[in-house]
Design a protein around this ligand. Structure first.
Ligand code: HEC
Ligand code: HEC
Length: 244
């Protein structure tokens, strides 16, 4: 319990330190503090890939001389969830306000207003700003048609065309799924293969999954037989484990 309190205090102190670092300008310094205040007033999150969740933590400060309760917390749309750490705030204290925004089907510049009201009738608001950028992998959550189709081809097909050096071919065409050193990742490791023909066949024909289609030209892929043989030989030559 003591430990938890100590941790809480450390967190609180760090947060306070952050907040106090914002040096007020002369004009602001002379202005009385609002009794209820959200900090920062404007939060810039930068770029968020469509489909990812935008997350920001604000602080709600109670500058009254008595405890307050947050009675109304609102966000500018239903896709925005605002969660206070605590509804009651002691005098000269603060609580954290966690804001999460679902970015599915949103594009470009997003501005969300977050507003709170306290039990003494004061109101405060803040703005969360971010930019939703296109995410080609969003369709993975739905159904993958194939990695060589449409807008996938610019990264999963074109960069492989004509590349002869096998390690380079691996780097631009396979590493994103099978790991930088063929050690596995999203897809299985490609080390320790004994049979060259079996490997050539799997690369050429694919394995019947849209994530791993046939890479041979005759099967709709980007690679010539020469490229496939060179890549397979190189993979077979790799030691079973990385770093040996
Ligand atoms: C802008 C380049 C680019 C485009 C376009 C692209 N990908 Fe990728 N893909 C990558 C990179 C880079 C990775 C490695 C993981 C990462 O960085 O997200 C990857 C990884 C993957 C993975 C492995 C799973 C994962 O998330 O790590 C799959 C499956 C995949 N892509 C399928 C697709 C499909 C299907 C499309 C088209 C709808 C597509 N990609 C479009 C660059 C791209
Ligand atoms: C977009 C991701 C992706 C890319 C790019 C990709 N693969 Fe795959 N690959 C997979 C997945 C996923 C599997 C396994 C699917 C399963 O077993 O369900 C797989 C399986 C394989 C297998 C069979 C593994 C086994 O023993 O069952 C081989 C061999 C293979 N890939 C080689 C390659 C090579 C070589 C490249 C580059 C030319 C490549 N893959 C590019 C996703 C990818």
């Amino acid at each position: 319990m003591a430990k938890t309190l100590a941790t809480l205090c450390v967190v609180a102190c760090v947060l306070l330190a952050c907040v106090e670092q914002t040096v007020p300008t002369q004009a602001q310094a002379n202005k009385p503090l609002p009794l209820l205040h959200i900090q920062p007033e404007i939060y810039q999150l930068g770029d968020i890939k469509e489909g990812e969740t935008a997350v920001a933590t604000f602080l709600v400060r109670n500058n009254h001389s008595q405890p307050i309760e947050l009675v109304d917390i609102q966000a500018s749309c239903g896709c925005t969830v605002v969660k206070p750490e605590s509804f009651v705030i002691m005098p000269n204290d603060f609580t954290q306000l966690q804001v999460t925004v679902d970015t599915i089907a949103k594009q470009s510049n997003i501005r969300k207003t977050i507003s709170v009201k306290d039990s003494l009738g004061n109101e405060a608001s803040a703005l969360l700003i971010f930019n939703v950028v296109e995410n080609p992998h969003l369709s993975l959550n739905r159904k993958i048609k194939g990695i060589f189709d449409g807008k996938c081809a610019s990264c999963h097909f074109k960069p492989l065309v004509g590349v002869q050096e096998p390690s380079k071919l691996y780097e631009v065409g396979c590493a994103m799924c099978h790991g930088t050193h063929a050690e596995g990742g999203y897809a299985p490791k490609l080390r320790g293969y004994a049979s060259l023909p079996a490997l050539e066949s799997m690369i050429s024909h694919g394995i019947g999954k849209p994530q791993m289609p046939g890479f041979a030209k005759k099967n709709g892929g980007p690679l010539t037989p020469k490229q496939i043989t060179a890549l397979s030989k190189w993979l077979v030559s790799l030691p079973e484990s990385v770093g040996k």
